[in-house]
Design a protein around this ligand. Structure first.
Ligand SMILES: [Zn+2]
Length: 282
């Protein structure tokens, strides 16, 4: 079994399991910071036609294998139907957890033999399955945390060639996913409270406009003694930086004022600030 885990989470795990850190050795398969990956975040458009146009532009740039990760079986079917309108269904392949075993085996066989170019799938797609020539991993819905994102994205550079990782990002879609997972508002709040750090980390990654995405990943996943790579000069943020030449400004005063407003809301007016409210501010 392999696992995608940041060093800080190893420490947390040791702490929770009450292991003696000095009596355990960590055997590590390899770095999670892969400099051949080119990251891009695209704002997901509201209407399916616009999303489809963006999908087709990206897919047509790639001649090798493509994986499109969806949040659910329903989304897989929806994306499959959309793509069937523009692509030959012979090159499309679908795989999700609740498929019949015979269908799963057939889909896997086609994928491994290279018979199909595009695999539309959920996280049910086997972690141990390697296809060397995957050059694009697209996240049709923003992953719920960075570990999940890194793990799925890692399917793209098995042979060390340059590969692209794309997220179609939409906060609305994120909330719809949460709503479909939890019909009970209280449960959604509980989930957001327990997992909010992870979700915020993922949202910040998507919303960042100028910081090199490879470096963001490196700051989260580089282990002690592992160096942070130079800016990649290829991700969407690096390219935007070259184009906009932004200046750095210190906005501490404005942020302090915003915190003051939040303080007044929560103390003087007894307004409850819930995790979902903070997400909406983002
Ligand atoms: Zn970059």
């Amino acid at each position: 079994m392999t696992v995608t885990i940041a060093y800080k989470d190893i420490i947390l795990l040791y702490d929770k399991l009450r292991f003696d850190f000095n009596k355990l050795a960590i055997i590590r398969g390899g770095s999670l910071v892969r400099s051949k990956l080119i990251y891009e975040v695209i704002k997901k458009r509201e209407h399916n036609n616009g999303v489809m146009d963006d999908l087709m532009i990206i897919i047509n740039q790639v001649t090798a294998e493509i994986i499109i990760y969806c949040a659910s079986k329903q989304q897989c079917i929806q994306v499959m139907e959309m793509l069937t309108e523009s692509l030959d269904d012979e090159i499309l392949n679908i795989f999700y957890g609740k498929m019949a075993e015979t269908e799963k085996n057939a889909a896997m066989k086609k994928w491994l033999s290279g018979e199909t170019k595009v695999l539309i799938t959920t996280s049910a797609f086997g972690m141990s399955i390697d296809v060397n020539d995957v050059r694009l991993v697209m996240h049709y819905t923003m992953p719920m945390n960075m570990s999940n994102f890194i793990q799925k994205s890692g399917r793209a550079d098995r042979n060390g060639d340059v590969a692209k990782i794309v997220i179609l990002y939409s906060v609305n879609t994120l909330f719809n996913t949460l709503r479909s997972d939890f019909t009970d508002a209280q449960k959604t709040d509980q989930y957001l409270t327990s997992g909010q750090q992870n979700i915020f980390e993922m949202i910040l990654f998507c919303m960042d406009t100028y910081k090199c995405r490879l470096q963001i990943v490196a700051h989260i996943y580089a282990w002690p003694n592992e160096s942070i790579p130079a800016v990649c000069e290829r991700c969407d943020n690096c390219l935007r930086c070259f184009q906009d030449t932004p200046e750095q400004r210190n906005n501490c005063n404005e942020i302090e004022k915003m915190l003051d407003v939040l303080g007044i809301l929560t103390t003087q007016f007894a307004e409850e600030i819930r995790p979902t409210d903070v997400m909406n501010v983002f």
